[in-house]
Design a binder for this molecule. Structure first.
Ligand SMILES: [Zn+2]
Length: 317
């Protein structure tokens, strides 16, 4: 068991999917990948960019047409990935490489499955290993793999005129893993929660009470060390009704996320207000903490007491 004042540490994992439109050019690029074709764009200076640019770096114009490149290419630079991370293209050690596809003048980044770092080199000839089930994503190329062929020219350009491709969407999963170390004030606050106690800190200069404690007063710039235990009751100062669903959501919309000002505190914190119709939640509503199983506040619920006067929380809006 760690020392009662030792800072708490815990893994903090943030995950979300970032979804965006591919736009007209990259939609054509991704659509071609489903047909095992790789497209580039010829710029105003005659150079072929693969993947295609959305706007010409020389003329700033969108590409007039896309042209087929590769599918084989040459490694122009690489870096070995000895311990692949979750979500990377390959589970076994591989190379990240800049690959100039035949017929292109620029290089694209992708993975090369060479087996070992000793097998990687600048100038290595590679070809795509295609995914069995194309989905219109850069991952339709599983990776590149070494091949024997000499540098050639691209398959006769069948990129042709811009095709009418409905702009698609792409989903980029974002995964951030932190080891979070709580500050001394935050540690005291978290240890207090485990005992169903709400601990804040008071500034010795302005006497404002902060909960959760920050360790310093943002107004005076001085450390806050005086601990203050606060009651479980408070007032809704502002709120919003969440109507939008998202993956992994733990409460079914509609529900209320509110700024709750604990009695005796000078700063509100965000929490859920449950236990009543969302339409009933209002500024000044009196609420009380409902404890969850893990020694934390599950949510706040209405107490049924008369609303707090606006003047009592107006300074904290
Ligand atoms: Zn202060």
């Amino acid at each position: 068991m760690s020392h009662p004042t030792a800072p708490l540490r815990a893994p903090l994992e943030i995950e979300f999917d970032y979804t965006r439109s591919l736009g007209p050019v990259l939609s054509q690029f991704m659509a071609a990948l489903t047909e095992r074709r790789i497209l580039g764009a010829r710029g105003a200076d005659g150079r072929v960019h693969a993947p295609p640019f959305e706007y010409d770096p020389v003329s700033a114009e969108p590409p007039a047409s896309l042209t087929e490149v590769g599918p084989e290419g040459t490694v122009v630079s690489w870096s070995w990935m000895p311990e692949p991370l979750a979500g990377q293209p390959l589970a076994e050690p591989f190379a990240w490489a800049l690959i100039r596809l035949d017929g292109a003048d620029t290089a694209m980044l992708h993975a090369v499955d060479a087996g070992s770092a000793a097998a990687m080199r600048t100038g290595l000839r590679v070809r795509p290993r295609w995914a069995e089930r194309p989905a219109g994503s850069i991952r339709d190329i599983t990776c590149f793999e070494p091949c024997d062929g000499p540098a050639g020219t691209a398959a006769e350009g069948s990129g042709g005129e811009p095709r009418e491709v409905t702009p698609g969407m792409t989903v980029t999963p974002v995964r951030l893993h932190y080891m979070h170390t709580a500050s001394p004030g935050e540690t005291a606050y978290l240890r207090g929660l485990a005992e169903h106690r709400l601990l804040g800190q008071r500034c010795g200069v302005c006497e404002q009470v902060y909960v959760p404690p920050r360790g310093t007063c943002p107004a005076d710039g001085v450390p806050t060390s005086e601990e203050v235990e606060l009651p479980e009751s408070g007032t809704v100062t502002t709120f919003c009704i969440v109507n939008v669903g998202y993956p992994g959501q733990k409460v079914t919309p509609p529900y209320v996320a509110a700024a709750v000002l604990l009695d005796g505190a000078d700063i509100a914190f965000q929490h859920l207000v449950l236990g009543c119709d969302p339409a009933e939640v209002r500024m000044g509503m009196r609420v009380r903490a409902v404890w969850g199983e893990s020694g934390s506040i599950s949510h706040f619920a209405p107490t049924g007491d008369p609303d707090a006067l606006y003047e009592t929380y107006a300074r904290c809006l």
